[in-house]
Design a protein around this ligand. Structure first.
Ligand SMILES: O=P(O)(O)OC[C@H]1O[C@](O)(COP(=O)(O)O)[C@@H](O)[C@@H]1O
Ligand SMILES: [Mn+2]
Length: 657
């Protein structure tokens, strides 16, 4: 509170007068202070962290539906021993997949009235618990329009008096009598899912490898509250959508490598006929063995062969387009990635960093030995066509804008520092100073500057020199040594296709990836981002945690978590599990590991959840309240301003309106 000597600067008075327009008198300012103080005491909302989804929309959607175990925990806490395990499972599945589960119930052809009654009662009980963390107004905003009134009545009924209980039962009976039970159950199930998670964090790599990145983007686009930290694969798509040709080739190369042409053609409406025709003609008699697509049990021979040819054609085009960027930017120091001119076309070998290697394939019909990076007229035609399709794909551009508006290089949220890859560091454990666009930056400033450039690359004037420059930098972020999103000495794509000697495939990681095991290093990074090193955490994705080899996702004495456990099916052999997610609720942090997701059908029919285990990391006795969160800090500031306003009213400095 403020003493009578309290005086305000002119600036403050100006601000308080503006505030007085919103809170016109003592009563309204006082009411707001009381409301805000009440919010401060609510338990902190639940945060959900996922990473490296890599196109696996079905597993991702399942993990969102079960909120990494949050819903199951609510069911157990509410019903305890009063329900059989099988009943709890059935209830959980109903909440995750209400439409499908109801369809199955109706097929059973029994009288469902009792089931409806019991189920509706149970769902309302769960709704009461999940909504108790929020203000009434926030819950109201989440309610489905058509049932707002009834749900509010049910949520706030306390069954103390018999009258009330009768009223409550009456509502439920009416819902059933009017054949509205299905609709109502679906609405309640969705509401529970919606309220179970307050904030979703996606720590990068939504795209590539898996079949359905576009579906994931659709889910994220309409999710109630999400932030995204860009991954190297996302940035590649963002650059491609901006029109960077080298990245367009890269994303097409990966789509053909994993035989995911549907994402390109069906989801994004990008016409691949020019590439297919070109590839079929140029590689007519080439089996393109090294370019056989992966995970293709369902493909017929004809498609398989065509995709392999497209894969090779676009890869060669990629190396040509990349060479143009590398030559434009000596400061990228990527000349060692110029490999087409190191091929000895007579001997069938290649010279890399002073050593000669055997090439396993020497059929390069589009490469002019004298000028290996020059595009043939046909290649230029294909490139132009594809580029125009990327730029003009409405859906791709929509999704890219979601990545821009909800995404960033890093996010600081409730004392956690979230980023996909790493902070470039030196061997000695110091943060590396990087020359970027002519100036020197390190750590947070470097990431901020990179982020600004990524935005410029997409939003600045089409066809301008500046846009091209920024798009080149976006390409660098995909595969450059000092890219915080990539962070390896080089990306050995060419070597992986053409050289059998595996020593050439090695991609050496930046020292960050081993240094982050040390608590002191993580604390230093946290401090560099303005966070309290003793209570904050770093959360990363990007590098699959090799659980089967005994690696732990918890590093640096609990200061850092890596939650890339392998949503990507192609990587589950390496990790041994199907992904980690993290939950941060009002009790603390919980790490959840997942088993491979078989299919939606199995999840529903067998009522199979894929949670394999949960580890409570840092659990507090006292519940974490909104006052302890970032939002809480903002609310405390607002309360302080309102108290100043109250003071001005009470001391005649500002008139009530
Ligand atoms: O396993 P794939 O699809 O062949 O991709 C390998 C490439 O992917 C990368 O690992 C980058 O992808 P991630 O960000 O998923 O690790 C490169 O370093 C590597 O060259
Ligand atoms: Mn990655």
């Amino acid at each position: 509170m403020y003493s009578t000597e309290q005086s305000f600067t002119q600036e403050e008075m100006k601000y308080l007068k503006l505030l007085a327009n919103q809170y016109k008198n003592i009563n309204s300012a006082a009411t707001e202070v009381m409301n805000l103080k009440a919010i401060l005491n609510l338990p902190k909302g639940t945060e959900h962290f996922v990473s490296d989804i890599h196109g696996e929309a079905e597993s991702f959607s399942h993990v969102l539906r079960n909120a990494s175990g949050v819903i199951k925990n609510h069911i157990s806490a509410i019903f305890g021993a009063s329900l059989l395990e099988s009943e709890k499972k059935a209830l959980a599945t109903l909440i995750y997949y209400p439409e499908k589960k109801l369809e199955m119930m109706t097929e059973q052809d029994e009288d469902l009235n009792d089931w409806y009654k019991i189920t509706l009662h149970r769902l309302v009980r769960i709704c009461k618990v999940v909504s108790s963390k929020y203000t009434r107004s926030k819950v109201r905003k989440a309610l489905p329009k058509e049932f707002t009134y009834i749900i509010e009545e049910l949520l706030h009924e306390d069954s103390i008096s018999r009258d009330k209980e009768m009223y409550y039962n009456e509502i439920i009976r009416t819902i059933i009598d009017l054949d509205q039970a299905d609709r109502f159950i679906i609405a309640l199930a969705n509401l529970i899912q919606r309220l179970a998670i307050d904030q979703l964090h996606v720590i990068g790599d939504i795209y590539d490898r898996g079949p359905n990145a576009a579906a994931i983007m659709d889910i994220l686009a309409q999710y109630h509250s999400v932030d995204i930290q860009w991954g190297n694969h996302d940035i590649a798509w963002m650059g491609a959508a901006a029109g960077c040709q080298a990245l367009i080739c890269n994303v097409l190369r990966i789509q053909t490598r994993y035989a995911n042409l549907d994402t390109i053609e069906e989801d994004y409406g990008i016409n691949l006929i020019p590439l297919a025709t070109f590839a079929m003609e140029k590689y007519a008699n080439d089996p393109c063995t090294q370019f056989a697509p992966k995970g293709t049990e369902e493909l017929n021979d004809k498609d398989f062969n065509m995709i392999a040819k497209m894969h090779k054609a676009i890869s060669v085009l990629q190396w040509k387009m990349e060479a143009q960027i590398i030559k434009r930017h000596p400061e990228f120091k990527m000349e060692n990635r110029l490999l087409l001119d190191k091929i000895n076309f007579e001997k069938g070998t290649i010279q890399i960093e002073g050593k000669e290697y055997q090439m396993n394939d020497m059929n390069f019909p589009t490469i002019d030995v004298k000028d290996p990076y020059k595009l043939t007229a046909d290649e230029q035609f294909v490139m132009d066509k594809i580029k125009s399709s990327f730029i003009n794909s409405q859906k791709l551009q929509e999704h890219t804008r979601v990545l821009y508006s909800k995404g960033s290089m890093y996010t600081i949220f409730n004392s956690n520092l979230l980023f996909h890859g790493g902070i470039p560091m030196n061997e000695d454990g110091t943060i590396k100073t990087v020359r970027f666009r002519g100036k020197k930056y390190s750590g947070k400033e470097y990431l901020d500057e990179v982020e600004r450039t990524v935005r410029e690359g997409y939003f600045s004037k089409p066809h301008s020199e500046n846009k091209r420059e920024c798009m080149d930098i976006i390409w660098y972020l995909w595969c450059g040594e000092d890219s915080p999103l990539f962070g390896k000495k080089k990306m050995t794509t060419f070597e992986r296709y053409f050289i059998d000697d595996k020593t050439t495939h090695k991609e050496v990681s930046n020292p960050y990836y081993s240094l982050r095991n040390e608590e002191s290093v993580c604390k230093m990074v946290l401090s560099a981002f303005g966070l309290d090193p003793d209570t904050s955490h770093i959360i990363n994705g990007h590098v699959p945690v090799k659980v089967s080899k005994g690696e732990s996702p918890i590093k640096a004495n609990g200061r850092l978590f890596v939650i890339d456990g392998g949503f990507a099916k192609a990587y589950q052999k390496v990790t041994g599990i199907a992904g980690y997610t993290l939950i941060y609720n009002s009790h603390g942090l919980v790490l959840v590991s997942h088993e491979p997701f078989v299919s939606k059908e199995v999840a529903i029919v067998q009522e199979k959840d894929i949670l394999s285990s949960t580890v409570a990391l840092q659990y507090t006795q006292d519940r974490i309240r909104v006052r302890d969160t970032d939002i809480g800090k903002k609310l405390l500031e607002s309360i302080e301003e309102l108290e100043k306003l109250l003071y001005t009213y009470k001391n005649g400095l500002i008139k009530e309106q």
